[in-house]
Design a binder for this molecule. Structure first.
Ligand SMILES: [Zn+2]
Length: 155
């Protein structure tokens, strides 16, 4: 699985994840892995860093978050993109234990070897989008349709 992709420096931001081979649309690229922690635990652990704009946290469901900072894998380096070639899907476990749900990254179109992988982080903040937050969550994906921000419009 990991042979499909590798981590390299990215023009978008810091590190990125790139296809090492052609990846067909629909293929699962990897899981987003890390410790499974509660929302409260994440708030306690990362209260000081949540507003840096760059955390390795993925909301799994109403109860849990995947913490890519701890026992995370390459998926945490995938950048946000406004015209992404991948999407993150939650694979719900059939049982009652929501900790067993998984975050899967799938290709949503054919990806050529060498292309950077991106997905839409889908970040929705409860708080007003201040200038500071807009700066923190600025998008530099380079797409012609780039909205300039990772923040999704308020519903
Ligand atoms: Zn963008």
């Amino acid at each position: 699985m990991s042979r499909l992709i590798e981590r390299r420096r990215s023009r978008i931001h810091g590190n990125g994840v790139f296809a090492t081979v052609d990846i067909p649309a629909g293929k699962k690229v990897c899981n987003y892995i890390g410790d499974i922690i509660t929302h409260d635990a994440a708030d306690a652990l990362y209260a000081d860093t949540l507003d840096t704009g760059h955390t390795f946290l993925f909301t799994l469901n109403d109860e849990y978050i995947v913490d890519g900072n701890r026992r995370g894998n390459i998926a945490r380096w995938i950048n946000h993109g406004c015209t992404p070639n991948c999407e993150a899907r939650i694979a719900e476990h059939p049982g009652d234990d929501r900790r067993l749900d998984r975050v899967e990254i799938h290709a949503i179109r054919d990806i050529a070897a060498g292309e950077e992988l991106t997905y839409n982080y889908g970040i929705r903040l409860e708080v007003p989008h201040t200038a500071r937050l807009k700066t923190l969550w600025a998008c530099r994906c380079g797409a012609s349709e780039c909205s300039g921000t990772m923040l999704q419009p308020k519903r």
